[in-house]
Design a binder for this molecule. Structure first.
Ligand code: CP
Length: 304
């Protein structure tokens, strides 16, 4: 089903395929060390910084017995000599069975998938999409709430440039979600993503106020203001501290509330929240290993 398919946008996989990945991830969580990818080479090409995505992919691949090649900083590659993305991808395709790529340019992952001789997994392309983060977000939501259906989900922070938000909103449109979009006016959800909510006739609210929404939601999805996407540093300065979640703000929250954040955080969640049982963001990052094991095994055709 997913064998040899690239994953560039979250909608490249069907709702049924998302669920299959979550089920497989559950099995890998129970048994994360299985040498089922011993015959495979995974290339991780990161043209942009990463801690969780690259290392959890490499951990996932290594724990399944695969070999990992690649770079975490394109300044150590021949890109610095002027090599094009096309030539890099054509070359690396000859050295591996699958490419995991992060790149600052929107559309780069789609382009790579069109020229590569092997499947490409988008590990984040600019402000566009981050589909593997979405699958681990869905896994985290389903695990903590028992279901993906009929939830109230608040997205807080940089909804304009936050690629994890764009992918997750689109995925949650499959599940009768009520969306609460909390952002500064300058960082509202792009209309191209909001249209997914409208097309499904799903309910949504839009506001600049965080405190008022906390008591009504099941998931509070906090995000970092994406400093690196602003063309004018002064515009970033105006919004950089727009939302700071503190522990005392959670007093009236529902007992099932979980706080998610794709991480890294800067100062949008204070560290006194970390000990609150509602804080789930570090476990969320751990879940990324199991979800990425499921993705690698499915796309390489080792499991169905
Ligand atoms: N969530 C996420 O993409 O984190 P990294 O930038 O550390 O990979």
């Amino acid at each position: 089903m997913m064998k040899n398919k690239s994953l560039v946008s979250i909608n490249d996989f069907t709702r049924e395929e998302h669920i299959r990945i979550l089920e497989l991830a559950g099995a890998f969580e129970k048994r994360p060390k299985q040498r089922i990818l011993e015959d495979y080479v995974v290339a991780t090409l990161f043209f942009e910084p990463s801690t969780r995505t690259r290392l959890s992919f490499e951990s996932a691949a290594t724990r399944l017995g695969a070999r990992v090649i690649g770079f975490s900083d394109s300044s150590s590659s021949s890109v610095t000599k002027g090599e094009t993305l096309r030539d890099t991808i054509l070359t690396v395709s000859n050295y591996c069975d699958i490419i995991v790529m992060r790149h600052p340019k929107e559309g780069s992952a789609r382009f790579a998938s069109e020229v590569a001789g092997v499947p490409v997994i988008n590990a984040g392309d600019g402000a566009n999409q981050h589909p593997t983060q979405t699958l681990l977000d869905l896994y985290s939501i389903r695990k903590t709430q028992g279901s993906l259906d009929n939830l109230n989900v608040a997205f807080v922070g940089d909804l304009k440039y936050g690629r994890t938000v764009h992918s997750l909103v689109q995925a949650l449109c499959n599940y009768n979600t009520t969306f609460h979009l909390i952002s500064p006016l300058e960082l509202k959800l792009p209309s191209s993503v909001k249209s997914s909510i409208k097309e499904r006739n799903l309910e949504y609210t839009q506001s600049t106020d965080l405190q008022n929404i906390i008591s009504s939601v099941d998931i509070l999805y906090m995000t970092r203001i994406q400093k690196e996407r602003f063309s004018d540093p002064l515009d970033y300065e105006k919004v950089k501290n727009a939302y700071v979640l503190r522990n005392n703000m959670l007093a009236g929250a529902k007992s099932n509330l979980k706080i998610l954040h794709p991480l890294p955080r800067v100062n949008e969640i204070t560290t006194d929240v970390d000990d609150n049982p509602m804080a789930y963001y570090f476990t969320q990052a751990l879940n990324g290993v199991f979800v990425r094991q499921a993705l690698l095994a499915s796309i390489l055709g080792v499991v169905e």
